[in-house]
Design a binder for this molecule. Sequence first.
Ligand SMILES: NC(=O)c1ccc[n+]([C@@H]2O[C@H](COP(=O)([O-])OP(=O)(O)OC[C@H]3O[C@@H](n4cnc5c(N)ncnc54)[C@H](OP(=O)(O)O)[C@@H]3O)[C@@H](O)[C@H]2O)c1
Length: 310
Amino acid sequence: MSATSTKTNERVLLLGAGGMLGSAVYEAATVRHSHVLATDIDLNEPWLVHQDFRDLASLERLFDEFKPTIVFHLGALTDLEYCETNPEDSWATNALSPENSALLAEKRGLTLVYVSTAGIFGGEQEFYTDFDMPQPTSHYAKSKYYGELFVERKMSKYFIFRAGWMMGGGPEKDKKFVNKIYRQIKGGAKELFVVADKLGTPTYTVDFANGMFRVLETGFYGLYNQVCGGSGSRLDVAREFVRLLGLEHEVKVTEVDSSHWQKEYFAPRPHSEKLVNMKLERRGINFMRDWKVCLAEYAEVFRKDLSGKV
Ligand SMILES: NC(=O)c1ccc[n+]([C@@H]2O[C@H](COP(=O)([O-])OP(=O)(O)OC[C@H]3O[C@@H](n4cnc5c(N)ncnc54)[C@H](OP(=O)(O)O)[C@@H]3O)[C@@H](O)[C@H]2O)c1
């Protein structure tokens, strides 16, 4: 169904929707479906309702009250260093919680959507298809992979979408690379030190969210890599972003290797987490645009913020 046609009567429950991906999913959900309930522990939007998905009893009450037909388990602890130093919290949030959602959804015959990460791979290969074997190394990646396994083994109607380096949410919500670069620029940095030895596939939240709904409409359940087209290093993304901001002559982007940031980013990260959307491609349902096209669209909000228009 396209975003312009009549809304469906599906009842869509979003768990952990207050983050950088959540806003895009909320928007994509509300243009398609009449009944959308978005929840999080961080009530940073007027449309969010409180729900801690670690609490199985209250989650079950929510399922019984709202009576969803589709559940998106979006939320997670996504700070790798926090997860590395707080493994119990990481496991409770990233593994046990999707298990909670899966148990409740399966018991009621619902469809569950779980968002996973390219970070579950070992990094030795250059690219990873949907069929490559995960070899997670950090607590974050291990806990996310466990979430995948449980959903895959226990559920009948599920979708697992693996994202790459997420870009989205803008200066307020983006907790990841693009906004980390932006904050340095906004803070007056004239030189950025960016690694060239970490490779991946940027993933725009807007495309990712719309892609999930369009794949859901096909009813082709299963696990999918879903990243933007193209790939690159962190250095490539930083250089492109600085160029899009029109600052390539003001801000120097200097290449370093990962040892430069070892103290700040001590959690293990794969050398390459480039994904290929093999299954989406083969089934003719890959709706993701190239990452440079997406970054150009996304950079607009930062350009406006920088020029004081927002
Ligand atoms: N960011 C990436 O680069 C990336 C890449 C691949 C996959 N993913 C996956 O994509 C999904 C969305 O991530 P994101 O980037 O949107 O992360 P995010 O911006 O950190 O958003 C996650 C949201 O989940 C909330 N949350 C955490 N614990 C919760 C709990 N117990 N109950 C309810 N909500 C809870 C967080 O609240 P707090 O802010 O208060 O913690 C936050 O609002 C996650 O599953 C993540 O693993 C992310």
